[in-house]
Design a binder for this molecule. Sequence first.
Ligand SMILES: [Mg+2]
Length: 381
Amino acid sequence: MSGPVERMTLTHLQIPFKESCRGVGGEATIKDAILVTVETSDGLGLGECSPTTAALCEASDTLEECWSDLADRIAPRLLGRSFATVEEISDLAVTWKSAHASAIAGAETACWDALGQARRAPLAEMLGASSDQLGLKVEAGLAVGLYPTVVEMLKAIENHLAEGYRRLKIEIEPGRDVELVHAVRQHFGDIPLMVDARGAYTIANLDVFRELDEFDLLMIEQPMADDDLTGSAALQAELATPICLDESASSLELVGEAIERAACRIVSLKIQRVGGLGPALAMHDLCYQHGIVCWVGTTPELGIGQAHGIHLAALGNCRYPTDIGPSVRWFIDDYVSPDLEMAAPGILSVPSRPGLGYQMDHAKVRRYQVRQSEFTTRTSG
Ligand SMILES: [Mg+2]
């Protein structure tokens, strides 16, 4: 049992990307996220609201929208409430459903951490991951975006692969697809490889996918627009390579529909997209029941957001490497403590400490904070 929530604090953090990231909406140099802390008499729970950087995709929620959601819709419905089980956290989160998914994820994951600490149980265990004596390990995969030239892409891959990642994911777009995959196969041989199309194709591009089908890819991520399950199902019927849904997998209902229509064989779980650990777990379980394999994607989040994903990635049906990586992969610095690091080449270990098992570095939170708001049972009346 966790005591009632006495205080919730929102901290807007900005940390520069190490190198500017290119996406469909242009270039991004700064990562924005909101650290959400939830305080009960048993301790402090940490969560992160980490919407996808707008330049990297057509973002469905902006940081400003999430900030008002957390301040106006979630804080008043969370303060003074207690939760003794993860089901009670889910019941509470349902009352926030008018908020954007990543805002809900920020508060919901903070509640999971608070409950884990009250119960002295690691989140992975609360999610149902089974551990052996050696503890839980998660395989990390390398993801790289689009680069202006093939040579720059190959260089970026070479720089990072030395860190031991267990698979490579490259981004493709119409006109820059078969050529990129061909170049990677030429330079890196039979490395476990997948592509992310970010919804940029239609079934009219079937010939491109027939060519990609010859490269022994682990999967093709989100080939069609997020609402084009018809196209995705038609494509899956033509290909040996599994299709993985990412943007389409935004709710349990939509994943159920995708499975029914045979629109994929793999699903990428994103805590930020689905509104927290509870909805991500439900999606994982539904996939498992239907023989659909999962793995954990990122937006990418800063350290606390990624650390929640490590616990999710420990689940048995998360059978492909995650996009979660060390703190230093994307950003010049991180506010999580300890830093996220590889425990062995390409391996992240899942903490066995209570709750999230990671703390915030207070000095770094002060260094990178843009603004902060605090809500207490007193201020909310
Ligand atoms: Mg994706």
